[in-house]
Design a protein around this ligand. Structure first.
Ligand code: GLC
Length: 665
């Protein structure tokens, strides 16, 4: 059951799509204070109570014991003490004596103190008592999540090739760079479906342009990649370069489609292109206009996009640069005394100050709204601009789309990747823990930068990460400029990489089928063990294993130099290891704790007893998948069947042009 409560005058975020009457009074769970100091929800947690949710946040699946602030932030240093990342997904699930889901639909800074100040106390607070609160109750965690997902609308489904393996790196510039990636993958027999284009394909970081010097004939280049059955996916940044004569700039200025400053004129904020204007994605007309720009690149043969820097990330604004210059001038004239060090260090904070977000405005249905008040909706509406446009531009065919920043609601228009992680083993574990929290909030098509984005990676980390990435809907290797090259062909024994990535393709019919089912039935693709085995005390505390779809459990190795790991089986399962020689190692294991050895070039998975998984024959890309000839794995003691969903991989409406095939064992 879901109840909607209204406090003050909420901003209509359109996160929830189901029309609902507001309930009278206050919810029976927790206590709520509202007033001049804003809004505060307080709840006493039971000793064993678990708090799930919050999508893209640090730390564990159980969010207890720390604090988190929903305020979209571009911070590439995802240390354990960070309280804000790129997105804001304000849904939590209290799993105690009773089970309750809570969605705080509030578009700006919202703080979750989950046993940080007092170990038994949860508080959720914000500066203004203007919000909707949705309270969901139900039999089980899964039932509550399902109902939540039903009220926020169906999740985005990518084209099937978008679930193939993708290679990316910040720094590819020329057609030769991209062709080399594709050719080397093909030459070494490492499967590949997409190469991602980072900001260097553009002309001086101008959205929707291509660098003409490097790409004198862009359509010919995209055609050459298509010949190789490799899709191109360029990046689009939120900021539009300030440059007269650049059509996106000129049209935006002429029509009032950019965010404005105090004086009503477009407000300058700098990002990669230098001075830029931010499109006013909260203005429906501006959104439609920006969305239509994507067509230019689609017409030239690309098949998808990733939307970046849309928190929005701001390097400096007109005002903050002025303040910085003033600060430097004053500093130069000041004495070198005991405060000089701190004063010198503080100077750069003047540039990227949070105050920048108070300095510009949106036009929402004719009302001027300060950005700071709706900050968390920016990335959501950028991706919505694209998603709404794709429905017009490409009514028959799904377009690949994922974003860095997000808010619940955006899950209807695209997926997300989890931003600038690092090549750290702890970030592989973080990737595992984040996935179900994102699924709860509707974000099914997700994944992290495999191998790690920042700092130098190692061969074993890339292999272990790929062996988990084999299961994540978005499977992309991406790295930052200046870091060690980490494409699968950069390492000794590339055949190990060919094998591990190859497992993805053997599993793709199952993974795609499970993703479609999760989208259609508002279910979770990845689930914590606790959701499936709520009575099992060990399962309740297992955070490094995941249930995936109907049949599988995954338990990745995430420690360096480990030749295996301890795995908890909440029921009897079949261990299946994809061996480097192409064979399958299979072992029937009983419920309980087991040590599993896993070499660097093996991929393990666990199939629940009396469940099965169809495996396709190896393929080099999704277009070459043979979907007729399956090997079926499973430990069955009775006849078992599995409903496999198959379609052309691009039809928008699930269920059209599709086959449900029953696979039996
Ligand atoms: C941001 C993105 C990253 C990209 C870089 C350059 O840091 O998160 O993925 O490579 O910008 O565009």
């Amino acid at each position: 059951m879901v109840q909607k409560y209204k406090f003050g005058t909420p901003f209509e975020t359109e996160a929830v799509v189901r029309e609902m009457e507001c309930a009278e009074g206050l919810p029976s769970v927790g206590t709520i204070e509202t007033g001049e100091h804003g809004f505060c929800f307080t709840y006493t947690m039971g000793e064993k109570e678990v708090v799930y949710g919050l999508g893209e946040t640090l730390r564990g699946m159980n969010k207890r014991g720390y604090r988190y602030i929903s305020y979209a932030t571009d911070d590439p240093h995802h240390h354990e003490d960070k309280i804000s990342l790129y997105g804001s997904q304000n849904f939590i699930l209290l799993d105690g004596e009773e089970k309750v889901g809570l969605f705080f639909d509030y578009p700006t800074k919202l703080e979750f103190d989950i046993g940080y100040t007092r170990q038994d106390t949860l508080t959720v607070s914000c500066a203004k008592a203007d919000l909707y609160l949705y309270v969901l109750t139900g039999e089980s965690a899964l039932a509550i999540v399902k109902e939540f997902r039903q009220i926020i609308g169906k999740s985005y489904l990518p084209p099937k090739w978008g679930m193939g393996f993708g290679q990316s790196r910040w720094g590819y510039k020329t057609p030769e760079d991209f062709l080399f990636v594709a050719d080397t993958y093909r030459k070494l027999g490492i499967p590949l479906d997409a190469v991602y284009m980072d900001i260097d394909y553009m002309e001086r970081y101008k959205d929707f342009t291509t660098n003409e010097k490097n790409f004198p004939d862009f359509p010919a280049f995209t055609a050459a990649m298509k010949e190789k059955k490799v899709h191109l996916v360029p990046i689009i940044d939120a900021g539009v370069k300030v440059e007269e004569g650049y059509s996106v700039h000129d049209e935006g200025v002429k029509n009032g489609y950019f965010c404005t400053g105090e004086d009503g004129k477009p407000y300058m904020m700098a990002v990669w292109p230098g001075p830029a204007y931010m499109p006013d994605f909260l203005n429906a007309e501006a959104r439609a206009w920006f969305g239509s720009q994507y067509q230019r690149l689609l017409e030239q043969g690309v098949d998808g996009f990733w939307n970046d820097m849309n928190e929005p990330s701001i390097f400096y604004t007109y005002d903050s640069m002025e303040a910085y210059k003033k600060g430097i001038r004053e500093f130069l004239d000041s004495p070198i005394d005991e405060t000089a060090y701190n004063r010198a260090n503080a100077l750069s904070e003047l540039l990227t100050t949070p105050e920048n977000y108070t300095r510009f405005y949106h036009n929402v249905n004719g009302q001027r709204v300060c950005h700071d008040q709706v900050h968390n909706l920016f990335g959501y509406n950028m991706t919505r601009a694209a998603g709404e446009a794709f429905e017009r531009i490409s009514p028959d065919k799904r377009i690949l789309m994922f974003s860095r920043s997000s808010y619940i609601g955006m899950h209807r228009y695209g997926g997300i990747w989890t931003g600038d992680n690092k090549s750290w083993w702890s970030h592989l574990l973080l990737n595992i823990k984040m996935m179900p929290a994102l699924n709860m909030c509707g974000f099914l098509f997700t994944g992290a930068d495999i191998g790690g984005f920042g700092v130098n990676t190692t061969r074993d980390l890339v292999l272990r990460w790929l062996a988990f990435g084999v299961f994540t809907p978005l499977m992309r290797n991406h790295a930052a400029l200046g870091t060690r090259e980490q494409e699968c062909y950069q390492w000794e024994k590339p055949e190990d990489f060919a094998h591990v990535v190859g497992v993805r393709y053997r599993l793709l019919p199952y993974l795609y089928s499970e993703l479609v089912k999760a989208v259609e039935n508002d279910e979770m693709y990845f689930r914590p063990l606790a959701f499936e085995y709520p009575e099992d005390a060990i399962a309740r505390e297992t955070e490094d294993q995941l249930m995936l779809g109907d049949s599988l459990m995954v338990a990745p190795v995430y420690q360096q130099n480990a030749s295996g790991r301890v795995v908890y089986l909440p029921e009897d399962m079949l261990l299946v290891k994809f061996m480097p020689d192409g064979t399958l190692y299979q072992e029937e294991l009983t419920k309980g704790i087991h040590y599993i050895s896993v070499a660097l070039n093996e991929v393990p998975m666990f199939v629940k007893k009396n469940h099965i998984v169809p495996l396709a024959q190896p393929a080099q890309c999704v277009a070459e998948l043979n979907e007729e000839d399956f090997t079926v794995v499973g430990w069955t003691t009775e006849p078992v069947s599995y409903e496999l969903y198959q379609d052309d991989g691009y039809t928008r409406q699930v269920g059209m042009n599709c086959t449900w095939r029953t696979i039996s064992k």
